[in-house]
Design a protein around this ligand. Sequence first.
Ligand code: 5RP
Length: 230
Amino acid sequence: MSDNLKRAAAERAAALVSDGMRLGLGTGSTAAYFVSAIGERVRGGLKVVGVPTSEATREQAQREGIPLTTLDETPELDLTVDGADELDDGLRLIKGGGGAHLREKIVAAASRRMIVIADSSKRVATLGRFPLPIEVVPFGLKATEIAIAKLLKGLGLSTDLRLRNGKDGTPFVTDSGNFILDAHLGRIEKPDVLAAGLNAIPGVVEHGLFLGLATGAILATGEGLVELGQ
Ligand code: 5RP
């Protein structure tokens, strides 16, 4: 069921793509349906270029035959389509469940439009039930962890942070060679204040709060598609 919903949202987003577009290609299981739908259209003659937001998406896009570019060659994009772990009615997001939010945010910020595709279970009244991924540089990990814990305490939030471990107990390493701390917050009442606080900690590379980046969302429900913004 959920896979059908993801595919439905992705195919609707793919229908918004036209010749000449410069695309940001998101990461995750929902975005993978979009990449696959674009691949099919490219093989049918659609002319686009894409910037992948992760190595996994790069590999998929290459298999699909989608012409790829970089933000160095193509620094301005027309449309990014990506999944999300949570979104609220103000199109504020939590992303990074797959650990790709650093590149995802850079690509989204370089795009004129960012459309989120998801099944409607990702829609929440208040962000924060999904643990907020915070990408940190390995150097000074402990000091950064303490600085984040202090910030969260000041905001009245829980400081239960964890290092995401791989199967063999080693830390999860992002495409950019960093670690991720997942902050279990429950409710984020003031995402902008939290984002500003995290941005001010030197060891924090990027966090999964996407504020003011998404311009639209396509949410698949059992009864059909719901579209927010554009
Ligand atoms: C990866 C992401 C994904 O977009 C997010 O985790 C949603 O993934 P999925 O579509 O598999 O539920 O932010 O960093």
